[in-house]
Design a protein around this ligand. Structure first.
Ligand code: ATP
Ligand code: MG
Length: 176
């Protein structure tokens, strides 16, 4: 199975992100991510044997975090992989903590962890071409984060399909 941990936006946030993708698409072309697939990857595990799932769930059980707000306030393109993404110019400490805790428990359990510095982004377009000067999202998209999730990725011809396997609420949050 192919899995990763992510923040999954509610429909209102996803709608606004999708709209930003539409705007950028006019300039860059490329393939728009479907609205219901938009997410922010926290830790990518990749392909692993299904027998490892319990160990992976146990990792996430050890992570503690409090709810926080993530202000997605800019849109930009990466040339190297032709992605257009939405991101936050300020990465909240709670988000940094969530990612570093995940990486620590994953490494302890022998799962692969990303050596590169975490860069919070929501991919909006793939195979984007042409110039896209970084620009502001105004007003910023205020994303209230009160859970993180383990996602299974099923890559198909028409793009990946994702299923939420389990979600972990922040301390004091209802899990939604
Ligand atoms: P596809 O690979 O079919 O184009 P996808 O990239 O959305 O679709 P996955 O490759 O399963 O699907 O990736 C799931 C998520 O993890 C995506 O957000 C992707 O950007 C991210 N991801 C994929 N590979 C890595 C990696 N090596 N390091 C960090 N994040 C990754
Ligand atoms: Mg991929």
């Amino acid at each position: 199975m192919r899995v990763f941990f992510a923040l999954w936006p509610g429909p209102a946030i996803a709608r606004r992100l999708h709209k930003e993708g539409e705007r950028a698409h006019v300039t860059t072309g490329g393939r728009r991510m479907r609205r219901d697939t938009l997410h922010l990857t926290l830790a990518f595990i990749g392909d692993m044997p299904r027998e490892r799932l319990d160990a992976l769930l146990a990792c996430a059980d050890k992570v503690a975090f409090t709810p926080f707000a993530l202000a997605l306030d800019r849109i930009a393109a990466w040339r190297h992989n032709h992605i257009v993404w939405a991101g936050a110019s300020v990465q909240p400490p709670e988000l940094e903590s969530l990612v570093s805790q995940l990486n620590a428990v994953l490494a302890d359990a022998g799962f692969p962890v990303e050596p590169r510095k975490f860069s919070a982004h929501v991919t909006l377009l793939r195979n984007a071409r042409g110039e896209l000067p970084a620009s502001e999202i105004a007003p910023p998209i205020e994303w209230p984060v009160h859970a993180f999730a383990l996602i299974e990725s099923d890559r198909a011809q028409d793009g990946a399909h994702y299923a939420v396997l389990k979600s972990w609420p922040a301390a004091g949050a209802s899990g939604r």
